[in-house]
Design a protein around this ligand. Structure first.
Ligand SMILES: C[S@@+](CC[C@H](N)C(=O)[O-])C[C@H]1O[C@@H](n2cnc3c(N)ncnc32)[C@H](O)[C@@H]1O
Length: 367
């Protein structure tokens, strides 16, 4: 038997399978160029290790994996996954180039996301350092995927000696390492809710380096109070060590807009036992802007995926017309109003302290 908190955390961890299956589908459909070659290793690791995770049985694992990877996603969902991934990549590239490839990326609740590997591949032998944090159970699955793949091992500068992780019981899974550290990549198995105490330290995080902290659909699973604690934890770490620190937050998550589409989203998630505490507390871009500026950040650049996709005004799009035509030709999405409605419910926020946080051009295109 697992406790209500353990059950809650299991459901939250399982949202990573949703994210992975969306990326898997969009990748298969040809949305990403170059294709994401790291996704299959993440799926293999889930297939091998999910049966040993808390709250799963062989039967429920089969059902979960079948639902995630055998049912194709709707074109609308693939389009949303493309804009979600692309927009975060664009802000990240912008940040890296502004800091002349010498910076740090911290991904909160990184799950099985492959952006760390794609980024380190894109900026080899540069000063880019990537940190990823998730629950220990999730980072064990990711660590096993990493050490099983010589290409990933090479690009995170861990040599190309692979470790074949073979687990045949829950006890063996329990004893797997959840952390992994190289000169350019750090993986930490940690509950973000523990970041409230000064006893948690990240000796590998350099507070003097320009840093971007990403939360891609993560902080939304935590309460507004926990959000404040986590934001304060990082802000205090950077400002107390370096008064001129540049520390940006890039936050992507759904918002309710207080409309019937938002209500349906809540109903669907609560049917799976999941709640999104910030979803209704900060229902739109204005309330989010107010929250982050009220928190003391320099500015909060806010937008939504519909603007980013150019569905509101063509001139505001973050992608070129050719790229838009390319993705539009992959699958037919005939209901433009439907896709607009979906994309308007996902925000992207760039905020923080230090240089280059104010009025980022990307967020201020007036079309
Ligand atoms: C929807 S998934 C997103 C994964 C990844 N960011 C992506 O977009 O592909 C949410 C992730 O947040 C992680 N997460 C949520 N709450 C967390 C917490 N308190 N501590 C650590 N990780 C957490 C989950 O385990 C899961 O991997």
């Amino acid at each position: 038997m697992i406790s209500p908190l353990q059950r809650h955390d299991k459901l939250v961890r399982a949202t990573d399978l949703d994210a992975l299956s969306c990326r898997f589908n969009a990748n298969q459909r040809g949305y990403f160029i170059p294709p994401d070659k790291y996704i299959p290793e993440m799926i293999r690791s889930y297939q091998k290790h999910l049966p040993f995770c808390q709250g799963y049985t062989n039967l429920s694992v089969n059902r979960t994996l079948r639902a995630a990877f055998q049912e194709p996603k709707l074109p609308l969902i693939n389009r949303g996954t493309y804009f979600r991934t692309k927009s975060i990549d664009i802000v990240l590239d912008d940040f890296i180039s502004q800091h002349e490839n010498k910076c740090q990326i911290v991904s909160l609740g990184s799950g099985s996301d492959t952006r760390a590997f794609r980024t380190l591949e894109k900026y080899p032998d540069s000063g880019v350092i990537y940190h990823e944090i998730d629950f220990p159970e999730s980072t064990k699955i990711k660590r096993a995927a990493i050490v099983n793949n010589s290409e990933i091992m090479k690009l995170i500068k861990s040599g190309d000696l692979i470790e074949n992780v073979a687990v045949s019981s829950r006890e063996e899974f329990e004893s797997l390492k959840s952390d992994f550290h190289t000169s350019v990549y750090h993986l930490y198995g940690l509950d973000l809710r523990k970041l409230t105490s000064s006893s948690v330290e990240f000796p590998h995080v350099d507070p003097t380096l320009p840093t971007i902290i990403i939360s891609e659909c993560v902080l939304c699973y935590l309460t507004p109070e926990e959000n404040v604690q986590i934001l304060s934890y990082w802000t205090d770490m950077f400002t107390s060590s370096c008064p001129t620190a540049t520390m940006a937050f890039l936050i992507y998550e759904p918002m309710s807009l207080n409309d019937s589409f938002g209500k349906t989203m809540v109903k669907n998630l609560s049917g799976r036992g999941i709640t999104l505490p910030t979803f209704e507390k900060f229902p739109d871009l204005d309330s989010r802007k107010q929250f982050y500026t009220g928190f003391g950040f320099n500015n909060a650049n806010v937008t939504d995926l519909s603007v980013i996709g150019g569905y509101e005004k063509e001139g505001q799009s973050w992608i070129t017309k050719e790229e838009f035509n390319r993705i539009s030709s992959l699958e037919l999405v005939d209901e433009v109003e439907e896709i607009k409605l979906l994309l308007r419910h996902y925000c992207l926020i760039f905020t923080g302290i230090g240089q280059n946080i104010r009025n980022v051009n990307l967020f201020n295109k007036d079309g």
